[in-house]
Design a protein around this ligand. Structure first.
Ligand SMILES: O=C(O)COP(=O)(O)O
Ligand SMILES: [Mg+2]
Length: 242
């Protein structure tokens, strides 16, 4: 039997660009908004980094990327069209990154509680997670509508961990963008950066603690952060006595 050495620890995951390569469907929807309005499609490669701040931000910045004029008045209608189209195509081409299922199973078997903290609306996040057969891994899926403030606010990671029944003092965040590292830092939670995701800044400037190049490397990263936390907790009484 495996040692449950991660019992009492919670791992909060970002969704888009960390667990799931969802950009093809998000950018596909964006391009279906642009085409009938006479604008050119934005290539996936130049729009991936726009994913991570929610659908509204993707729409706005995607239109800018295509050189399209942004119509503030039309935004609510455009947003509704975007969501309707995205829901219909949510898992056409989106896939979990290699090794996600095995790695999540491994971490759960060692006792870790797993949850999701995403800037995707909760209903959309749940629909995507369900469509890819990942639902059984997570105690909670927390979009911005389920918490008091969205990433990069620290409340998002902190409250997602608490909703999962965990303690933010014994948690790790895993994400791919400045929204994730910012939220984790503000919550006092160490952050693993998915270097294979939709990084919106150079890796050295994202502000994470450990960068992983593929999902299975998360196991070693969590072990390192867990060891560091355990060692500093063991040293804390001595430090207090000095
Ligand atoms: O931009 C989004 O739709 C959500 O992105 P996230 O899962 O990376 O927070
Ligand atoms: Mg992301």
């Amino acid at each position: 039997m495996r040692i449950r050495d991660l019992e009492g620890w919670t791992i909060a995951f970002d969704l888009d660009g960390t667990l799931v390569d969802s950009a093809p469907d998000l950018i596909g929807t964006l391009n279906r908004m642009l085409a009938p309005r006479g604008y050119p499609p934005v290539p996936l490669s130049s729009a991936r980094h726009l994913v991570g701040h929610g659908a509204r931000a993707l729409l706005r910045h995607g239109f800018a990327e295509a050189g399209a004029v942004w119509d503030e008045v039309a935004e609510p209608e455009l947003f509704d069209l975007f969501i309707d189209d995205y829901v219909a195509h949510i898992a056409d081409d989106s896939q979990a990154f290699d090794g996600v299922v095995e790695t999540l199973d491994h971490l759960a078997a060692r006792g870790a509680l797993l949850c999701v903290a995403t800037n995707k609306r909760t209903d959309l996040a749940v629909a995507l997670i369900d469509a890819l057969g990942l639902a059984r891994h997570f105690v909670v899926v927390a979009g911005p509508d389920l918490v008091s403030a969205r990433k990069p606010d620290g409340a998002h990671v902190r409250e997602a961990v608490q909703l999962a029944g965990g303690d933010p003092a014994r948690a790790v965040m895993v994400g791919d963008a400045t929204t994730d590292t910012g939220s984790a830092r503000a919550a006092g939670v160490p952050c693993v950066v998915a270097g294979f995701g939709y990084n919106d800044a150079p890796l050295a400037e994202l502000g994470g603690d450990i960068v992983i190049d593929c999902f299975p490397e998360l196991i070693a990263a969590v072990e390192t952060l867990h060891r560091m936390a355990t060692q500093s907790a063991a040293l804390a009484p001595e430090a207090a006595a000095i």
